[in-house]
Design a protein around this ligand. Structure first.
Ligand SMILES: [Zn+2]
Ligand SMILES: [Zn+2]
Ligand SMILES: [Zn+2]
Length: 426
């Protein structure tokens, strides 16, 4: 099959997974497989003022769009570059003022519609990311999601119809929303689409970003002819949970090597060593409890105060701890939440002690090169340094660095930042 323009890879049709991407040459661990500008992206409202809307560079001296006074840019070039996309929001924001509040998904869809209109020449990423080729999953959508889509379409009409002439019809919009929701990946509050690779729970690449350019690096050795797999989800959880999540959000039953071998499930569901081991029934009901508490906590974040949240974490940890080992992923999930609460309250010792419990099991449960593990080492390293525990701090930062050099590449500015932090301790 012919090469689609990104050297070293080609698209192909796999009998069970539909379209996919595979290697046509060997890639070593840490090697860049390809880089491509994101097809469409939108800076979230929370990030406004801190990042350039066009290139996502973070800097202090950004200047405002003179019309809406809400979008910020590095310079005139960035502003000009973003104008075809920004102009529709700019007029809408001016017109609606305080009442302007479309969701990020709605904003992203509006941009994609505009992008489809202004694009005449195709960039390499668009050859790979042609929206028409995204698979819509409408037939598999349940009614709850259907309703959400209707609300999104209504919001799109409400906020943009004056400014985008002839919006696509409802059928086309329903498809577009379904595509965006099933394919987009949320990274550091920034939404983008990178949807050319299939999913595996044992991925051989990781996607990171330099500004708005997606970079894809090998995290396992890849041989010619092998399919390139990215992960769409958090890989901490056991097979049953991952499959449920993938089926629910991406509409497929994962048959990856990890899901078929279930090699990590036992460690992920580790039971506490007790003189009288719990009955399978007790374990089942504790798993049920854990899943409920995770869901309840996710919702509680929006309305409970910080001390109530911490109490929720501590109570659930105590209850689950009667049966689950500290390395059990449900325990880790709640410890991670508790750590976040401690960080928010600036309880550094509390955060550190949760971090210390989390980081080892994390590096067992996640793949060898994982951004979740790197980020945990980074947080813990910085906590140690803040608490004057210099040698522990440097050790943790070096662990983060080792992963980031593979995932982000040795010349990424995050890598340079961590290196500098380590050097500062000398
Ligand atoms: Zn810029
Ligand atoms: Zn503006
Ligand atoms: Zn899987």
């Amino acid at each position: 099959m012919k090469n689609e323009g990104i050297e070293g890879t080609e698209r192909f049709l796999s009998p069970d997974r539909g379209r996919g991407l595979r290697a046509v040459r060997h890639f070593a661990v840490g090697e860049l497989v390809f880089a491509c500008p994101a097809y469409s992206y939108v800076l979230t409202v929370n990030e406004r003022g801190a990042h350039c809307e066009h290139c996502f560079t973070r800097r202090e001296d950004l200047f405002k769009c003179g019309k809406c006074k809400q979008a910020y840019y590095c310079n005139v070039d960035c502003q000009r570059g973003d104008w075809p996309m920004h102009k529709l929001e700019c007029v809408a924001m001016c017109a609606y003022g305080e009442n302007w509040c479309p969701s990020e998904t709605v904003r992203l869809v509006a941009r994609i519609i505009m992008k489809q209109r202004v694009t005449t020449d195709r960039t390499p990423s668009e050859r790979l990311l042609l929206l028409k080729e995204f698979e819509a999953h409408l037939d598999k959508m349940d009614s709850e999601k259907e309703e959400l889509n209707q609300a999104d379409i209504a919001a799109l009409h409400h906020f943009y119809s004056k400014h985008i002439s002839d919006l696509p019809d409802d059928q086309a919009l329903t498809e577009l929303f379904a595509q965006v929701k099933s394919e987009n990946i949320l990274i550091r509050n920034i939404k983008m689409n990178v949807a050319l690779m299939n999913h595996s729970c044992s991925p051989n690449v990781i996607v990171t970003y330099k500004g708005t350019v997606a970079e894809v690096r090998a995290v396992q050795e890849i041989n010619p002819g092998e399919e390139i797999f990215d992960s769409y989800i958090d890989l901490l959880y056991p097979t049953e949970d991952r499959r449920e999540r993938l089926l629910d959000s991406y509409f497929f039953m994962c048959q990856c090597t990890e899901c078929t071998s279930r090699s990590k499930d036992k460690a992920k569901m580790e039971i506490r060593k007790l003189s009288s081991p719990p009955e399978p029934k007790e374990i089942q009901s504790m798993v049920h409890y854990a899943k409920n508490v995770i869901e309840e906590f996710r919702r509680a974040k929006h309305y409970k105060n910080i001390l109530e949240l911490l109490e929720m974490c501590e109570l659930s940890l105590e209850k689950m701890g009667a049966i689950f080992a500290d390395t059990n992923v449900y325990m880790l999930h709640m410890m991670y939440q508790a750590m976040g609460v401690c960080l928010y309250m600036q309880d550094w010792d509390g955060a550190m002690s949760y971090g210390e419990k989390i980081v080892q099991p994390y590096s067992v449960h996640y793949p060898t090169y994982s951004l979740n593990v790197a980020s945990m080492y980074l947080k813990l390293g910085r906590l140690y340094l803040g608490l004057e525990k210099k040698s522990q701090g440097v050790k943790a930062l070096k662990k983060a660095l080792a992963i980031m050099e593979v995932a982000h590449g040795k010349d990424h500015h995050y890598v340079a930042e961590v290196k500098r932090e380590i050097l500062d301790q000398k």
